[in-house]
Ligand binder design. Structure first.
Ligand code: FUB
Length: 444
């Protein structure tokens, strides 16, 4: 279980939710199902907590659901608890089994699907539904679970002809059932999804792109563990043809994902446990996903940078870099609210951070949050590459020690507009080992 108890302190203190990875750092979020409704990006994750000492709780201890939306292209807003385990009309109280949910919109109604342990103990998990006129609720929860469906991980597909399909299950087999118009009954007995490889599978998520159905799923290989795989077909009910992995095993206990097209780009949402150090206290992440010309998917490598475009007035968390050379990142210390920093910066170390939104070019200054135990250099901000156009130069100043943080400011040397990749280049005057610790930059 490593050091998760120490890191819970960290979790309690960090209040920022950025579009860098992990997306949310003030609570543990897993099983992220991302959806775009009316051009806005939402995530419907599950919620991991540390099992309370006073109750006998399962290791995956999951009491409720929050909903998040992406604001200004860079910040995740938490809309609070949308359903607590003890509000499930048909659920067993205090069972902490609120596993992966999903939400889709049909007409002007949002349908939220979730698994929970049933009071009647008829099976491990049943799937329930709630409806709302808003993507963030409140939802009106159906009194009963969906009859004829037993299993975890509901994944929904609304096809172009307005027919909806419920995918679900965890085990050697996964299932699909068409939903009736009312969205809370199935039209036929669930059918086994054909064409999937052997091995444990869960986390069904089906989407359609250019007439092709992509059925994606978490897939456990005996010698590798959890991966994310996909299969394609021309019918939402299958059969599908297995195409390979979207994400290799990333040393995670579980993985669970969704795929969404937002703002013209395809994004993979998934989870990892980088904040807690414990694979049952997970944190959701997102990275861009690319399709090849033949429609197959390039494997996604998890990044720290993730998605999103910090703009004027927002922190540019350079420790969530795209590339780093000759420097490291670590948790910050001292008088700083906790988070990560770029550290061990040496002569000509550099850190690249893509997609900073300079907007209309109205920013005239840049701030940097630094700590420094000596006065031996400066750091420069370049556009595109380390030798690209110089747009800002920060003299390094002594802040009182490596654990004492200050915000410094410099003027931008150029008017810069639009989305730009920036590179921070560190320069040490006398070849000293450390130039500066850098927590964040901000355009003003
Ligand atoms: O989060 C609980 C369970 O772990 C999910 O339902 C599975 O997909 C796996 O992520």
């Amino acid at each position: 279980m490593k050091n998760y108890k120490i890191l819970l302190v960290f979790l309690g203190i960090i209040q920022a939710n950025f579009a860098q990875n992990p997306l949310v750092t003030d609570l543990f979020t897993a099983d992220p199902t991302a959806r775009v409704f009316d051009g806005k990006l939402y995530v419907y994750p599950s919620h991991d907590i540390v099992p309370p000492e006073e109750v006998k709780a399962p290791k995956f201890c999951m009491p409720d659901y929050h909903i998040f939306s992406l604001e200004n292209g860079n910040t995740w807003k938490d809309h609070g608890v949308v359903l607590d385990q003890n509000e499930v009309p048909w659920g067993k109280k205090n069972s902490f089994g609120m596993w992966a949910p999903d939400c889709i919109k049909k007409g002007d109604t949002y349908y939220y699907y979730y698994p929970a342990k049933p009071e009647d103990e008829s099976t491990f998990r049943r799937i329930g539904v709630g409806t709302s006129k808003s993507p963030v609720g409140p939802f009106k929860w159906d009194k009963n679970y969906i009859k004829g469906v037993s299993g975890i991980d509901p994944g929904l597909l609304l096809d172009d002809d307005n027919k909806a399909y419920l995918y679900f299950g965890g085990g050697q087999e996964l299932f699909v059932a068409p939903l009736k118009e009312n969205m809370n009954e199935i039209t036929q007995k669930p059918i086994k999804i054909e064409g999937l490889p052997a091995g444990y599978k869960e986390g069904s998520f089906c989407f359609k792109k250019e007439g092709v159905y992509y059925f994606t799923f978490a897939h456990v290989f005996p010698n590798e563990g959890y991966t994310i795989g996909y299969a394609t077909g021309d019918n939402p009910l299958g059969p599908f043809v297995y195409q390979g992995k979207i994400m290799d095993n990333i040393n995670n206990g579980t993985n669970h994902h969704s795929v969404v097209n937002y703002d013209g780009k395809w994004i993979l949402f998934y989870h990892y446990w980088q904040v807690s150090g414990y694979n049952k206290l997970r944190s959701m992440s997102a990275d861009y996903i690319e399709f090849k010309k033949d429609g197959t998917i390039k494997k996604v490598k998890p990044t720290l940078r993730g998605i999103g475009y910090p703009t004027i007035g927002e922190k540019i968390q350079v420790d969530r870099y795209n590339e780093i050379n000759n420097a490291n990142t670590a948790f910050v210390g001292g008088n700083e609210p906790l988070g990560w920093m770029v550290c061990d910066t040496k002569m000509m170390s550099d850190v690249k951070f893509n997609n900073v939104n300079f907007g209309d070019g109205s920013a005239t200054k840049m701030e940097a949050r630094i700590s420094c135990g000596q006065r031996i250099g400066h750091f420069e901000i370049h556009l595109g590459k380390a030798k690209g156009k110089l747009i800002a130069d920060f003299p390094v100043k002594y802040t009182g020690g490596w654990n004492t943080w200050q915000t410094i400011e410099t003027s931008l040397l150029e008017k810069v507009t639009g989305k730009q990749n920036i590179v921070v280049v560190f320069i040490s005057d006398w070849g000293a080992e450390k130039v500066v610790n850098l927590n964040w930059l901000k355009l003003k």
